[in-house]
Ligand binder design. Structure first.
Ligand SMILES: [Ca+2]
Ligand SMILES: [Ca+2]
Length: 286
């Protein structure tokens, strides 16, 4: 017989709706009518709904667990790879250190450094030898130049053969007499001029060289203007060596003559010996 009064799940038939509903549902105010509806809802459906919810909760929990475990394993795998790479590098360094690779490179560098230092020392020694050789050659060249200059000085004649050399000038003492202008002309014909006395040393030299028994024309006159003495090169007289009381222009005396005592103004027409002067030739020096 089929008993419709007995439910298929008799164990649920006697339970209250608060027991069959999920936790917390009872807090909702379903009202007496809703409560009445649930009481009239068939018990098998309530049982199936609870089972379905448990399955969904279980499935979600399972998926979440799988996801977390997958992430953990993935991170662990990456860490393992990094660890393996570091370990591999350490093994390589250990092997290199073991077979002396590092020290071998250092030793090679030391050898190269020693080779470079040795080469530098050789170049330095070679440079010093070159400098010593250059110095020796310069000394020899200097000695040779001095010897050549000495030889040239013996060959060099700064003055003509019948002229006298004093400092930078050559002097010619005439052997006959002429008036002042003719004597000046004779000097100019010989590429010189009547002597210009420009220092006490020159004056002393001429007094020593000239025959004291004669009087000698020098290149000084006041022919252009009385009392204003000029040298033959146009310069005015600055340092004079007149005899005492001279120049006195006694009888129109406009030309200067050298005597054993000093200078005297005398008539230019008077015939005297004369002294020519010209610059000495410079010998070539190395
Ligand atoms: Ca005069
Ligand atoms: Ca005089």
């Amino acid at each position: 017989m089929c008993d419709t009064e007995n439910p298929k799940f008799p164990e649920l038939a006697g339970l209250d709706e608060d027991v069959l509903m999920p936790s917390g549902w009872s807090h909702f105010n379903l009202g007496s009518q809703r409560s009445q509806s649930l009481r009239s809802f068939p018990a098998p459906w309530l049982s199936r709904l609870g089972f379905l919810m448990r399955m969904i909760f279980f499935a979600l929990s399972f998926i979440l667990t799988i996801t977390i475990l997958s992430q953990v394993f993935q991170n662990q795998s990456q860490h393992n790879l990094e660890h393996e790479a570091i370990l591999k590098k350490l093994n390589q360094l250990s092997a290199q250190l073991k077979d002396g690779g590092v020290f071998q490179n250092q030793s090679q560098h030391n050898l190269e450094h020693e080779a470079i230092q040795k080469k530098l020392n050789q170049l330095s020694a070679q440079l010093k030898d070159d400098v010593d050789l250059r110095t020796k050659e310069q000394v020899q060249a200097s000695q040779l130049i001095q010897q050549l200059n000495k030889t040239l000085s013996t060959l060099c004649s700064p003055c003509p053969c019948d002229w006298k050399l004093y400092k930078d000038s050559c002097y010619h003492f005439s052997v006959y007499r002429k008036p002042w202008e003719a004597a000046r002309g004779a000097c100019e014909a010989d590429d010189s001029n009547l002597v210009i006395i420009s220092s006490s040393e020159e004056q002393k030299y001429l007094n020593q060289r000239a025959d004291s028994n004669h009087r000698w024309w020098v290149g000084l006159s006041d022919k252009k203007k009385e009392g204003l003495w000029h040298w033959v090169d146009g310069t005015t007289l600055k340092q004079a060596f007149w005899n005492a009381g001279e120049p006195n222009n006694a009888g129109d005396e406009d030309c200067c003559e050298l005597t054993s005592q000093g200078w005297n103004d005398a008539p230019c027409s008077k015939e005297n010996f004369w002294i020519c002067e010209k610059k000495a030739s410079s010998c070539i020096k190395l």
